[in-house]
Design a binder for this molecule. Structure first.
Ligand code: COA
Length: 180
């Protein structure tokens, strides 16, 4: 896959520029990606776990390097990493392919790189890769934290009736992929 270089180009955000490229995830990325996801859950997903340690533990318990190895290497999964100019991962996205649909399972940006276009870049690249495989719909169960992000990416709610005060209330969302 071609390596793409992204930057936010509005003048006001010059100091917030994050340069990154996107590539397929390697097994060697497992440790780094696992660290990003665990740190992001603790530091960025506060709206969801509300600093409750029991809730955090439950969420983190399957986020182990070995599980990341399995998820990255699973044949019906597709994952990408955003990397900085030293090839260090700063974001990770993973979808399960179930033709003709896909489910976005993990989407985490390193907490010190959020709000700088990395999530947009990763999602957009994943979407293009899914479309090349003939996928026509993508679904996800969003965190509270990412709900607005997914709305910006064109997702809409699908019959969400969960108690918004409940921890980790997942928000089902979907997006149809249209071919031009
Ligand atoms: C959600 C997440 C992936 C977004 O990545 P990001 O790099 O911060 O997002 P970007 O900077 O690319 O933003 C893309 C767009 O979404 C908007 N956006 C992103 N997060 C937002 C938020 N929390 N609230 C409102 N808008 C948000 C941005 O303003 C931007 O909109 P614009 O293009 O109109 O300016 C990232 O913040 C994250 O890792 N969150 C914690 C993990 C999580 O909840 N993951 C999803 C569950 S699997």
């Amino acid at each position: 896959m071609a390596s793409l270089l992204f930057e936010k180009n509005s003048k006001e955000q010059k100091e917030l520029i994050t340069m990154f490229s996107i590539r397929r995830t390697d097994l060697e990325d497992s440790q780094a990606v696992c660290r990003i996801v665990r740190k992001s859950i603790i530091e960025t997903c506060v709206k969801d776990h509300k600093q409750d340690e029991v809730v955090q533990e439950e969420w983190l318990k399957n986020k182990t390097p070995d599980n990341f190895k399995n998820w990255i290497s699973a044949k019906d999964n597709l994952s990408l990493v955003a990397v900085d100019d030293t090839d260090k991962p700063i974001g990770f996205i993973l979808a399960k392919l179930a033709m003709p649909k896909a489910e976005l399972l993990l989407n985490y940006i390193a907490s010190n790189h959020t709000g700088r276009g990395v999530g947009y870049g990763l999602y957009n690249e994943l979407e293009q890769a899914l479309m090349r495989r003939g996928i026509d719909e993508i679904i996800t169960h969003s965190t509270q934290t990412a709900r607005e992000f997914y709305s910006r990416m064109g997702f809409s709610l699908i019959g969400w009736a969960a108690d918004p005060s409940g921890w980790q209330a997942e928000i089902p969302m979907k997006k149809g992929l249209t071919y031009k």
